[in-house]
Each structure stands twice: as C-alpha cells, then as structure tokens.
Design a protein around this ligand. Structure first.
Ligand SMILES: [Zn+2]
Length: 340
C-alpha cells in the first residue's frame, strides 16, 4: 500500500493517470475493460481515509471504531475485489455507502458491497441505522435513485439492491461517523443533475466524484442536467472549502472520481482551464459560429496535451461539444439549477 506524499506515489500516479484516461475514453455504460486483470490499488490519504482505485475510477474509504464508510463503489465487476481491499483495511461492518453520481463505475458495487456490510456485522450494531438489517445505508442525492430505478414497465439501470436507501432532497446531509463530521453536499447541474461531494471535516479530505477529474477533461452530461457553469460553480465551492498548505502534503486533499489525489493548486488550475475554454467558446458562439465551426477553431488546443482523451467522452471534440451544448442551452440549465 502507498501513502499519500511518499515518493513511491509518483509511479503510481502515472499508472492511475493512464488507466483513468483509458476508462474515460469508453462510454461509462459500455466499459470494454478486462476486469479479470484489474487490480484494486490502495493509497492511504489520511490516517483513517484511503483511496481505492480500479479500472480508472476511485472510491474513498473512511475507517474507524464505528465501522466503514465508502464513497462510490466502482464497476459491478470489481465489487468482490473492492470488498477484499476494504477488508484489508478494516473488518468492521460497512455501514454507509455514499454515491457521488449515478454512473455505472460509481454505483456498480452498491449491492455487493452493501450486503457485505450486513454479513460481517452479524447484527451487532452500536446504534440505530434504519435499514441496518439490509446492509449498508446507501446515501445519495434524490436524483441518483431516479436515474437508477425506472418507471413501471421499463428496465432499471441497476437492480434494486444497488439503489440508494437514504436520499436527500435539498442542500445536503450530515453524518457523524467514526468521530468525524461527514458532510454530503449537492452541487447542482454540474457533471450531471445528481452530483454530491463528500467532506470529511476532521480528516480535511473532500471526495468530489466527477465534478473534478484529475487527468482528463470533465464529462458533462448535458442531456441529464449537467452544465459547464454548474461544474465551475461546484469547483468554486470546493476551492472555497479548501485550505492550502503549499510545499508539503498538508492542507485539504481531494479524492477525485478519476485520477490521482489532488491539492488545492491542482483544482485551481483545472477550474481556470475550464473557465478559459468556456469564455473562448462563448465568444465563438457570440460570433454566430456553428458547433462545427467552433470545433474547427480548436478552443482547447493548448490544453489538449494534458487533458484530452484519445477517444470517448473526454476527447477534445467531445468536451467542446458538451460545453457548446451547455452554453447554448444555458437558459434551461440555469432554470433547473435554481429550482434545486
Ligand atoms: Zn466518473
């Protein structure tokens, strides 16, 4: 296992970056990943907070005497491996799962990991959790449940045992667990219409899901209520919550949905990049350019080397397309955001 801030992380970070790029290059719902070959990599971020990575997606794990709390659950095919990796850190019951969004690689292990919690716990609960007998409580913003379940007669995206059991509707939800305040916030109309960020207040770590991707352009799902402005607002909020301690592995740390753990300078740079690209594309739209003309103008060219995936939803062209669609549909997206 690696520890955040150690020199051994450099090689690990490069590997993570490569696998994140390859995961992002595929449609989140149609992964072409050889899951048998995927290993779960564990990095200790803070004394009781770990980042577990598999097939390019990250999960955060908080451990302590109350049990285990997990943020995101990776692809369904990796669920058993994820449980095994968690068990190397703690044999306490898995009491909470928090989903940062509804994408398959973030919720896929909900059912298996949630039930593993019940098996280990053996009914020995220190305090009340409404659905303790069913396993872990699965927490999310309400719209995650809407996306994972389905109206009668339609096929649900996920089986019922993977659905959230404890959804919140307004600004957020607070959990006190392992002697730590864990604050779950909804960030409206960001990567999707259902994103949460999770702030471990004592550990000073924020799990941010797909609101910040360390290694590629963001994947903004405009069809499902995501927007470039919402993403920028969410990152502004995250930056406001952070306190930097430059030059050392101190200060607030981020566990992104994909890629290496990050410090304040990383997300400040990323947000600036997004704002510059947004402004460029907005200017081209004002000049009356069509989407094809905006793409041909290459408004991301100076960032492509660092953030463009070679295929899939995080390529330069896909990113420009989603920003264009988001800006031209901005009225609708803003209306949606204020309603939430
Ligand atoms: Zn993701």
């Amino acid at each position: 296992m690696k520890v955040w801030g150690s020199s051994a992380l450099v090689a690990g970070s490069l590997l993570l970056a490569a696998s994140a790029a390859s995961a992002a290059s595929k449609k989140m719902d149609e992964p072409k990943i050889d899951f048998d070959k995927v290993q779960i990599e564990t990095i200790q971020i803070r004394p009781n907070i770990y980042m577990l990575s598999g097939a390019g997606t990250n999960m955060a794990v908080q451990i302590g005497h109350d049990g285990v709390l997990v943020v995101d659950t990776l692809y369904p095919e990796l669920a058993e491996k994820a449980v095994a990796a968690i068990r190397k850190l703690s044999d306490k019951p898995i009491r909470y799962i928090i989903d940062t969004n509804f994408r398959t690689d973030h919720v896929g292990g909900n059912g298996v990991i949630g039930k593993a919690g019940a098996t280990i716990s053996g009914g020995n609960f220190a305090f009340d959790i409404e659905d303790a007998a069913q396993g872990a409580s699965i927490v999310s913003f309400e719209k995650v449940l809407m996306h994972l379940s389905a109206p009668t007669g339609q096929t649900a995206k996920m089986p019922p045992d993977a659905w959230p059991t404890s959804t919140y509707f307004e600004g957020g939800k607070d959990i006190y667990f392992n002697d730590e305040a864990v604050r779950v916030f909804h960030v409206p109309a960001a990567a999707t219409d259902a994103d949460s960020i999770v702030f471990f207040r004592k550990s000073d770590v924020i799990a941010v899901g797909d609101v910040y991707q360390a290694t590629t352009y963001p994947v903004i799902d405009v069809e499902n209520g995501g927007s470039i402005q919402g993403l920028l607002d969410a990152e502004t909020r995250i930056i406001d919550m952070m306190v930097a301690k430059y030059g050392e592995s101190g200060g607030t740390l981020l566990i992104p949905g994909h890629g290496r753990a990050a410090e304040m300078g990383d997300i400040v740079w990323y947000r600036e990049m997004l704002a510059i690209v947004r402004d460029r594309i907005q200017d081209l739209i004002k000049k009356g350019m069509t989407l094809e003309q905006v793409i041909a103008n290459k408004p991301t060219r100076d960032y492509d080397g660092r953030y463009a995936a070679k295929s899939g939803p995080a390529t330069a062209d896909s990113f420009v397309t989603t920003v264009y669609k988001s800006l031209t549909a901005a009225k609708a997206a803003n209306g949606k955001a204020t309603k939430e």
